[in-house]
Write a protein of this length. Structure first.
Length: 318
């Protein structure tokens, strides 16, 4: 397969890499197609590096002549947020590290470059309230298999705090009896494998949905748990719903329920984490549910302090 794959990769090489020689071409392919296993990271870093190299071409720079000053000047002129600049810089640093390792260039021009300081006290994702989430679930008509499917997906997002990427990867076999309870097995961000218990109301909903798809599509443990439909026909296919499919579905359901357009599928994670912390559940337990490696990440989802701040401003008597 490699003999068919590599020529197509080289056709996509930026001009600066193509003219820099075999070492640069090897380092490019190694970095983007061997070292990076996350498709999301690969897309983000590929975009960052390609745009930067295109800018360098416009400045008539060769690969070996790129300096820290060029990287800094490029970042200064980027019309994006500080966090986006940090992501771009991270991509450039890792990319040029590979170029140095493979002796395509002598020094990493991005290594000494810094961006503005950026401190995050609270995540940007808007929170969906408990009342809004309940209303959304109640608004979904489950008299048909599509309504059942959509309600199951949203209920999983709420009651497991899972990301939509992990939900899109679920197979029928990933809902199973663990002995004393039913669980869902998720393949999460960063290649993490996680098992999360299914609460009873969600279990009932999933069983009803599974009986329906078994009748329509046949029993197959390796089939995707959530599949697409044939346009508006309400007929299920055998193709797995992608992250984008689930995102669009959730947005449609939110709009139909009259919820604000700024809400997103990730809003459920914010609501679940805030709700559990508000009930006094230990931070470590909530962190484990959310699948965060660092408790500081879990705290970014906690919106209790924001609610206190709003109460304070309402007391201003002007």
């Amino acid at each position: 397969m490699a003999e068919y794959l590599l020529p197509s990769l080289r056709d996509q090489l930026p001009l600066l890499i193509e003219v820099a020689g075999d070492s640069a071409r090897f380092a490019w392919e190694e970095f983007f197609y061997a070292k990076i296993r996350s498709e999301h990271t690969r897309r983000a870093y590929t975009r960052a590096v390609r745009y930067f190299l295109r800018w360098c071409e416009a400045q008539s720079l060769e690969l070996g002549r790129i300096s820290p000053a060029h990287v800094g000047l490029y970042l200064d002129n980027l019309q994006v947020s500080i966090s986006s600049k940090k992501q771009v810089l991270a991509g450039l640093r890792h990319f040029f590290d590979g170029m140095v390792t493979r002796h395509a260039i002598a020094l990493n021009p991005a290594l000494s470059v810094r961006t503005e300081r950026y401190s995050v006290l609270e995540g940007k994702t808007p929170e969906i309230t408990v009342k809004q989430a309940r209303g959304l679930l109640q608004s979904i008509d489950t008299s048909n298999i599509i309504g059942l499917r959509d309600k199951c997906i949203i209920a999983i997002l709420i009651y497991t705090a899972a990301r939509i990427g992990a939900v899109s990867k679920l197979k029928v076999k990933d809902l199973y009896d663990a002995g004393d309870q039913f669980c869902l097995h998720f393949l999460d961000k960063g290649g993490k494998s996680r098992e999360i218990p299914v609460r009873h109301d969600l279990q009932t909903l999933l069983f009803e949905y599974q009986r329906g798809i078994d009748t329509l599509l046949g029993t197959n443990d390796h089939r995707p748990l959530f599949t697409t439909t044939i346009r508006r026909s309400k007929e299920l296919t055998l193709r797995s719903m992608t992250t984008n499919d689930i995102g669009r579905m959730v947005k449609r359901r939110m709009k139909s329920a009259g919820l604000p357009s700024r809400l997103s599928p990730h809003s459920f994670r914010v609501a679940t984490i805030t709700d559990l912390l508000g009930q006094g559940v230990p931070l470590e337990d909530v962190q484990n549910l959310a699948g965060h490696a660092d408790p500081r990440t879990t705290r970014l989802y906690d919106r209790r302090q924001k609610k206190v701040t709003r109460n304070i401003v309402e007391r201003i008597s002007i």
